[in-house]
Ligand binder design. Sequence first.
Ligand code: 9MR
Length: 393
Amino acid sequence: MNVRKSSSFFAPLLRGRAGVSEAFSFSTSPFLILLLFALSLSASAQGLRDVFAPDVLVGVALNQWQTNGQDGRTTAIVRRHFNCITPENVMKSGPLQPVEGQFNFRQADEVVEYAEANGQQVIGHCLVWHSQAPSWFFKDDAGKPVSAEVLRERIRRHITTVVSRYRGRVHGWDVVNEAIEDDGSFRRSPLYNILGEDFIEVAFRAAHEADPDAELYYNDYSMSLPRKREAVCRLVRRLKERGVRIDAVGMQSHLSLHHPDLREYETTMDSLAAAGVKVMVTELDVSVLPSPWGFNGADVAQNFDYQKAMNPYTEGLPDSISARFEQRYLDLFRIYRRHRNQLSRITFWGLSDAQSWLNGFPIKGRTDYPLLWDRDYQAKPVLQRIMQLKDED
Ligand code: 9MR
């Protein structure tokens, strides 16, 4: 049964008494009607989250303007369609501990309060990442790299302070973000250069000690690349062999109309599940814009033709591109439905196109359309089609 069928069936009743006699006697079978109505509601998706409830969370990343109450349009959508939120930036180590030992929790507190007021779980993003870390984190007073011992203590202190503060209120943490390169080697970040791969275990252990009930995740992009996939699976197995808690791996899923090949994407889900963790889609968006990495021989900053070619849809999306965008999301959500036993969460990296980081990356000032709500916070038609996938079973 789907929403459209059930609402047309009950339309005469909802319109008033004239319709009642045309359908059947309301007075003689109110319980039957209520029962049918309740069944129709429970079978159909009322919001995006119902497409996967109860086993897979469906979430959205929000920025600080959305969680501090200044953006009123967000809340109604969040309450209907999602059951968990990820702060897009305010729980990163830079904003949380800008100066050593001085924590600033105001915006992170706001997120947790907003989530609790609106029936949402919170996903903490992210405890250890080479990027958006405060500049002092890896250096001593003279600007030289700190010793392994000092860095280990800084990681522990940051994690213990942050995770303890939100103990019992954050469902799960991205403990380590983006530690592996696309070729499968460890990223030569200051974390790795000073501590080797041990920094990962140090971080997971500190997070588990600070909140033994919180789920713990490793999170990375380009997870469809075979060498990266294999390296992440090796990391998962090694952590598990060493008795370290890791519940799931996040496939960020910053996708485009062409990349990646969805067969590789599915293979990664199967491989992670076989390594013994749940799979999460943590930062989903689908860019419709051309990629500069596939474009030859122009200076991004100078060349006007290049700029125009790279930002072709400032006046709106042509129908042909909208159709491909829609198909891409339907293909993805059919994959998620098929793999739902392996999945524990699907999170979009932003609510409306107006908010998406892709308008500023990898080229500033473009107009991208990667999400399910447009710049005016109107739902795109594909949202209904995704919700109807529940009826395909
Ligand atoms: O969307 C985030 C953007 O607002 C920040 O400027 C950027 C800073 O690095 O981080 C973006 O989010 C990233 C996420 O934290 C980790 N995975 C990649 C995301 C997009 O860059």
